[in-house]
Design a protein. Sequence first.
Length: 92
Amino acid sequence: MGLRPFRWQPHDGERHAIDDNAMPTQETATLCGAELTVPAARPTKQQWCWPTCTACDAAWRLAEGIPLFLPQQRDTNRKTAQPCESRRPTRT
Ligand SMILES: [Zn+2]
């Protein structure tokens, strides 16, 4: 395992989820329906700090069966330690 169907791609001020098979310079669409060309350059650290597209996040969770709400989730130490959110949806 370890392979995931999507990956995050910073685009237009937000981090969207795209098909993980999409290659650089290839045209693809985000899970929220926006079309984009996969950039050849890797995203910058700053771009990874862009807010997560909530529509893509929800679609990704739906596709992988990850619950939207985690009532039992405890606070993590990451919130104070890292300014950026996790790049991937939280798994239970
Ligand atoms: Zn999106």
